[in-house]
Design a protein around this ligand. Structure first.
Ligand code: PLP
Length: 412
């Protein structure tokens, strides 16, 4: 973005070519955010599909640099906005990672072929399985030995993948909630001590094990890559354990979890380093690498815009209340992954004169806070705040709690 005049002495940490202030107004993907919110009405999710494609390009380039055969599947659980899925399907550059039969149907309806869809889910019922097995070409990764058996009973001889749990993993800010494999036993995948039994179950029904799958956590950034490499190595050790028993393994799916900065000071994920780890760990294995990122593709491609209802000092705290609560985007409250608030209209350019505020939502629950003690420019009733990094696990996870679930979604 070309600024006609510097509006802030220090640019905000999140500023980038397609996101920042010009003449005191927030612009995203070449558009004025306030104008969009006034035209569509808030609460409003705004997505930049170009940004999603640019994020995908970066991942694909890093994958290619690993020197292995590769495939990407977009984890549609992160954001299932149909125009976004249609754009990715039409690009032909990635498949879809899904975790429920309804997600399979949506991916198909948005243009992904059955052969471009990979299923990895938990708590998969027999009725779910009947629906999944009816989709030609769908790849299914099994999360439990029981799921292997139930597929075997229904479709002996079929190709399957096995999700394994290497008992080591990582998540944003080392959060337990975002770590899917670690010291604490989790519900995900088959543990090393179950491996022989899982393989025997697949053999019993002549199931062809073509894919090893693991997903060890969400939101990992550059400083955590050493531990991510340990998790990759621990997952690949499952193969070394049973090389002769599983001659058909053609793909290792390394899951999603690629993170992005959420707070000032968060280091970005270094994709060159990530790719070097893949090159090192997969060298000589002769398998393709599949990856299924959700957040990395969509999170920084979306904003949630909410209207300011009150600005009021209560005791030692200035509250800016907004007309939208954590039900519209549960991640900040539930997972500690904040959405940085940015005023759509900058009433004060000197950040030294900004004031610390707590931004509160419109749900009658004490946890409903968007940000606490956060430096903000002056705000008035009727102003708008854009919450950044709202494109992943936002609208996809929203609820109608307090019957405050109304929102609009647009793309630019
Ligand atoms: C199996 C699996 N794959 C991919 C993803 C996508 O993760 P992320 O959005 O962190 O990339 C998830 C998220 O929970 C997952 O469980």
């Amino acid at each position: 973005m070309t600024h006609t005049a510097p509006v802030l002495a220090t640019p905000p940490w999140w500023q980038r070519d397609d996101l920042g202030y010009r003449d005191g107004r927030l612009r995203f993907a070449g558009r004025d955010v306030l104008e969009l919110a006034e035209a569509a009405g808030a609460p409003l999710y705004i997505y930049s599909l170009d940004r999603v494609e640019a994020n995908l390009s970066r991942v694909l380039a890093a994958l290619a640099a690993s020197g292995c055969a590769t495939r990407a599947y977009y984890a549609i659980k992160a954001n299932r906005y149909a125009p976004l899925l249609q754009r990715l399907a039409a690009s032909g550059r990635c498949g879809a990672d899904v975790c429920s039969p309804d997600e399979v149907d949506l991916a198909l309806a948005c243009g992904f072929a059955g052969t471009d869809i990979s299923f990895t889910g938990t708590g998969v019922s027999s009725r779910d399985l009947d629906r999944l097995l009816a989709v030609p070409g769908l790849h299914i990764n099994c999360d439990t030995i029981g799921m292997v058996r139930r597929i075997g009973e229904r479709a002996p001889g079929r190709d399957i993948g096995l999700r394994v749990n290497p008992a080591t993993g990582i998540g944003y800010a080392d959060s337990d909630k975002l770590t899917y494999a670690g010291a604490k036993t989790t519900k995900f995948g088959i543990y090393r001590e179950q491996w022989a039994e899982a393989l025997a179950m697949a053999r019993r029904f002549d199931l062809r094990l073509t894919t090893l799958h693991f997903h060890v956590g969400c939101g990992y950034l550059a400083p955590q890559l050493d531990r991510w490499e340990q998790a990759v190595a621990a997952a690949l050790a499952f193969l070394d354990d049973a090389a002769e028993a599983i001659p058909d393994i053609a793909t290792v799916n390394i899951g999603g979890g690629l993170g992005l900065p959420h707070r000032a000071g968060d280091p970005a994920l270094d994709l060159a380093q990530w790719s070097a780890i893949l090159a090192r760990q997969f060298a000589g294995r002769g398998v393709a690498i599949a990856v299924e990122p959700g957040d990395y593709l969509v999170k920084d491609a979306g904003l949630l815009v909410l209207e300011v209802t009150d600005v009021e000092r209560k005791r030692d705290t200035t509250f800016a209340s907004v007309a939208g609560g954590f039900n519209l985007h549960p991640e900040p409250v539930h997972y500690g992954l904040p959405c940085e608030p940015a005023a759509c209209l900058l009433r004060e350019h000197d950040t030294a004169r900004w004031q610390r505020m707590t931004i509160a939502g419109n749900i009658n629950e004490a946890i409903d806070l968007w940000a606490e003690d956060h430096p903000m420019p002056p705000l008035r009733e009727g102003d708008h705040i854009a919450f950044l990094n709202a494109g992943g696990y936002g609208a996809a996870m929203m609820s109608n709690h307090c019957m405050r679930g109304a929102l609009a979604e647009i793309h630019i």
